[in-house]
Design a protein around this ligand. Structure first.
Ligand code: PEP
Ligand code: MG
Length: 574
């Protein structure tokens, strides 16, 4: 048996697990699907050809009735009329996925209006049971189906998943690969590069998947055995037999068991029935509200809604992970409904897509860690209003069904908030015209860009604020959160961050708006006392980190009451 070998790195997510190595391949070269011009035309044509090929395969093996439907879809796809508007959009500079999705949405929309304008137009023949056939509705369903198929083809091959229970070994790990994997059988992550503040590290901590970063070399080849100690920041190749049983037991028990032992959940201080997290009574010197950060629907399995005051952050970009999902209003709505149902009446803060930077969405935007200062968050949404409108419509519809607030990521200037507010107003009015139930939700902003943090007094249009310390630190220190070479500078920005937090809280109080913290700093037990002293309205952390935070808060001395309550963002009343 090969001799054990130890690799030292940095602890990114605690716990220990052992398993066979899965060596990740090099990330595929960017496909340029979000580019424009000839490349985007070619990408769309290829995707359509791929979709036609798939439909022909399906049709060949289908019964006569199904084959008829599939053949109809093939005809639609081959009909130049269907593609013409998308190609025109590409000629105007849009990327292939967005151009195709938006062009089809326009056609689906036009059909819906034709239906509502003239019911007689929509009801041609009678079906066997006497009910009327709606040709526009039928065609719309086909178009939606085609839209998903082509968008999936545009997004390219789904990157191969790896075996359950394996240890992922690579230079870095894209969040989409983490999200597509089933971690319920255990497993771990060992990265040659990577950073403890990256999005994938944040996901691993939230799910309790042991992770080590910054190992330098890549430990092991596919099939060799690797033990990952995410608490110590170590990886041990070919570990000694005596080390295996405990790690194996933990790995077999799944991610939850890989976490250090935590105290059992005590009842939440604000979890009384009907308690409203954004009520005037909370904040201002009281114990901050305890809120949950949710990255995937699977996080709901680790959250007892009775233990929290609500959800302070839903990273929607991790919940809708393909272009087909991201561009489907119905899919958004289904996800938001599921969250609202699970939270049973408690407030849910949904953040709009924070795409760009290291957050990719295949077919819409390729990951580009160097783009952290570029078209990210609300900037990306405003540059792609068709995408923003789809999400806004779903959020407005969800808000009619429960207490939804909407958070905008990476806001720098009040004008960005104003533009988004106008977009929400327009979509709310459009839904009303279409007789679709909706409610315009309150809009708040992430405070994670220093320019916004320093001028919070100018953001009177925001209903609430949520500090994103993960990004605020990186922008304060000019030290990328996913670059291990500057990790000490990133961590060293904490003093600057606390000074700024004080300023942010003072400005928010002056405006009469609640301010919470949803970055990883909120989950640091050692920071609980200082955070409480700031008078933050709420702290939002991954469900697994709630017990430790609650215990840390209970051990802090409450600061003197500041006497200023926070308004309810839904009503604007203090
Ligand atoms: C943050 O920046 O602190 C935050 C909560 O957002 P994300 O980590 O998703 O960028
Ligand atoms: Mg952020």
């Amino acid at each position: 048996m090969a001799a054990p070998r130890e690799f030292r790195g940095h602890p990114a997510s605690p716990g220990r697990a052992v398993g066979p190595v899965h060596r990740a391949g090099e990330p595929p070269a960017p496909s340029g699907l979000s580019g424009s011009g000839a490349e985007a035309r070619a990408a769309l044509n290829n995707a359509v050809n791929r979709a036609v090929y798939e439909l022909r395969q399906l049709s060949a093996g289908a019964d006569a009735e199904s084959a008829g439907i599939l053949d109809f879809q093939i005809e639609l796809l081959l009909d130049g009329e269907l593609l013409a508007p998308a190609l025109a959009r590409i000629d105007r500079g849009e990327g292939a996925a967005l151009a195709f999705a938006a062009a089809l949405n326009d056609q689906i929309d036009a059909m819906a209006s034709q239906c509502s304008e003239s019911a007689s137009q929509c009801s041609e023949a009678n079906q066997d049971d006497g009910s009327e056939v709606d040709p526009f509705a039928l065609r719309a369903v086909d178009l939606m189906d085609l839209q998903h198929r082509v968008l999936d083809a545009l997004a390219g091959r789904i990157r191969a998943d790896f075996p359950p229970g394996a240890v992922y070994v690579g230079r870095d790990m894209p969040p989409s690969v983490f999200l597509a994997h089933d971690w319920s059988s255990g497993g771990a992550i060992a990265l040659g590069a990577g950073s403890t503040a990256s999005h994938v590290a944040l996901l691993a901590r939230a799910r309790g998947v042991p992770m080590v970063v910054g190992l330098g070399a890549l430990p092991g080849e596919t099939g060799e055995t690797l033990l990952v100690d995410g608490t110590q920041g170590l990886a041990r190749l070919n570990p000694e037999a005596r080390l295996l049983p405990e790690a194996r037991l933990l790995a077999e028990a799944g991610p939850a068991a890989a976490l250090p032992r935590q105290a059992p959940l005590a009842p939440a201080p604000h979890a009384a029935a009907g308690a409203a997290p954004f009520s005037a009574a909370a904040g201002g010197g009281e114990t901050p509200l305890l809120l949950a950060n949710l990255d995937t629907l699977a996080d709901l399995d680790t959250l007892d809604p009775a233990e929290v005051d609500g959800v302070g952050l839903v990273r929607t970009e991790f919940m809708l992970t393909s272009a087909a999902e991201a561009l489907s209003e119905e899919r958004h709505l289904a996800v938001y409904r599921r969250l609202l149902e699970a939270l049973a009446g408690k407030p849910v803060t949904l953040r709009m897509f924070d795409l760009g930077g290291d957050k990719a969405l295949a077919g819409l935007t390729e990951g580009d860690p160097a783009g952290m200062l570029g078209l990210r968050g609300v900037r990306f949404l405003l540059a792609h209003p068709d995408l923003a409108r789809i999400q806004a419509r779903a959020l407005i519809r969800a808000a009619a069904q429960g207490p939804v607030s909407v958070l905008l990521p990476m806001v720098t200037l009040p004008a960005e908030l104003a533009a988004m507010a106008a977009l929400f107003d327009e979509e709310a009015a459009r839904l009303a015209r279409q007789a679709i139930e909706g409610r315009r939700p309150p809009l708040g902003i992430m405070v994670e860009v220093p320019a916004a943090a320093l001028t919070l007094d100018l953001f009177g249009q925001a209903a609430f604020f949520s500090v994103g310390s993960n990004d605020l630190m990186q922008y304060l220190a000019a030290a990328a959160r996913d670059n291990p070479a500057v990790a000490p500078l990133y961590a060293g920005a904490e003093t600057a961050l606390f000074r700024l937090l004080d300023q942010i809280c003072t400005a928010a109080r002056a405006l009469g708006r609640p301010v919470s913290l949803c970055g990883d700093l909120a989950a640091e037990p050692a920071a609980a006392g200082r955070l409480r002293a700031l008078g933050l309205h709420g702290l939002s952390v991954a469900p697994r980190r709630l017990p430790a935070l609650r215990a840390a808060l209970a051990a802090t001395v409450p600061p003197p009451a500041r006497g200023t309550g926070f308004p309810d963002p839904a009503t604007g009343q203090a």
